[in-house]
Design a protein around this ligand. Structure first.
Ligand code: SF4
Length: 369
């Protein structure tokens, strides 16, 4: 008989309060100990159980026998010259790497987190898509990105992360359970306490995931990466469209608004000569007219060397925006990819780092004033 592989140690970083209380009770301790452990891990960033000094030595030993606290290894940090975005590259125990970005914009300090290593969805304009799917991140690995970014921001600028976007590597709704668990963890008062309106999940259009998220009491922001106004083009750019077509996606977005009272944001990456024609702007206005939404235009980030796509000239972007604004009652925004100068599109830092390993750490710029 082949021996079964050793069981993975329980990761305390991924446990929700009721699960931690159950564990603590099972070990013969009072339930309030769960709150202390949560504060150590999510509030103080302590991963060494021996450092949890308000737990008795005997209890710490008991805990160590059944559980541990994981941590991702930071392997690279890269800041944009303007200091508006800092990318972090983290290594998993399996040696695969994921990226997270800290975006500094006005009073907002936004952590952009990854949910998977690689991605199965193969969107044609995306560097992560070209990697293929490697693995799902655990809830602990997702929340740990936020905890580490928070620690750096606090240590170097004395500031706190105010917002979270699940827009890094991967399709969050393809790793639904772990992503939602991480989103519950980040709301806890013991830790970053970021939830509801301050958190946005971005999807390429996974309709069942949107429908499920609409039924969670999390009241999250939802961003849908649309990028085309005909199924014909979207089928080519985003193969997930062959399964969930634009009409179905718009219906799911409308339902999200009905159930959660929150407008979705449609993201539209402008690709020169592909989806940036006048007709595209008019169709985009028409398609989304019946869905309470916001429209966010993002001129393509051209940094990947082997991409066939180009960023439209500034005049084309301006014309597209003007046409759209004239024909839609919805709010239209134009977002520069804030990390344009630091490989900002998802997956690009990963690829750059793979090509040319160069351990480097960049200090955050000091806060103004
Ligand atoms: S854009 Fe998002 S969903 Fe599409 S391949 Fe890239 S990571 Fe995956």
């Amino acid at each position: 008989m082949t021996p079964s592989p050793p069981a993975e140690p329980l990761d305390l970083k991924s446990l929700l309060p009721d699960e931690l209380r159950a564990l603590v009770s099972r070990l013969g301790q009072d339930e309030y100990r769960a709150g202390q452990i949560l504060s150590w891990i999510h509030g103080k960033g302590v991963e060494d159980i021996d450092q949890m000094s308000n737990l008795s030595r005997a209890f710490r030993e008991q805990l160590k026998e059944v559980a541990g606290v994981s941590r991702l290894r930071e392997v690279e940090r890269q800041g944009s010259p303007g200091g508006q975005a800092i990318k972090f590259l983290f290594e998993l125990p399996t040696l695969e790497r994921v990226e997270s970005v800290l975006i500094i914009d006005g009073k907002r300090r936004t952590a952009c987190l990854s949910s998977q290593v690689g991605c199965a969805l193969d969107c044609k304009f995306c560097a992560t898509g070209r990697m293929g799917f490697l693995r799902n991140l655990s809830a602990a690995q997702i929340i740990d990105q936020l905890l580490q970014l928070s620690r750096v921001l606090l240590a170097e600028r004395g500031e706190r992360v105010t917002n979270v976007v699940m827009m890094g590597m991967g399709e969050p709704l393809h790793n639904y359970e772990e992503v939602v668990r991480a989103l519950r963890l980040m709301r806890l008062e013991h830790g970053p306490a970021i939830g509801g309106r301050k958190v946005t999940v971005s999807t390429a259009g996974h309709v069942p995931g949107i429908q499920r998220l609409a039924r969670e009491e999390l009241n999250l922001g939802l961003a849908i990466s649309l990028n085309a106004t005909t199924d014909e083009l979207r089928d080519q750019l985003m193969p997930i469209n062959r399964k969930y077509q634009i009409a179905e996606l718009l219906e799911a977005a409308a339902e999200y608004f009905e159930l959660r009272g929150r407008r979705v944001t449609f993201e539209y990456v402008l690709l020169a000569g592909v989806n940036d024609h006048d007709e595209d702007a008019l169709r985009l206005a028409d398609l989304t007219r019946a869905v309470p939404c916001k429209l966010n235009l993002i001129p393509y980030n051209e940094l990947a060397e082997d991409t066939p796509f180009r960023r439209p000239p500034a005049e084309r972007v301006a014309r597209f925006r003007e046409l759209l604004e004239t024909h839609t009652p919805m709010a239209v925004t134009l977002r520069e990819s804030r990390g344009r100068d630091i490989d900002a599109a998802c997956g690009q830092l990963y690829q750059a780092q793979e090509r040319q390993p160069r351990p480097a750490r960049t200090a955050l710029p000091a806060p103004a004033g």
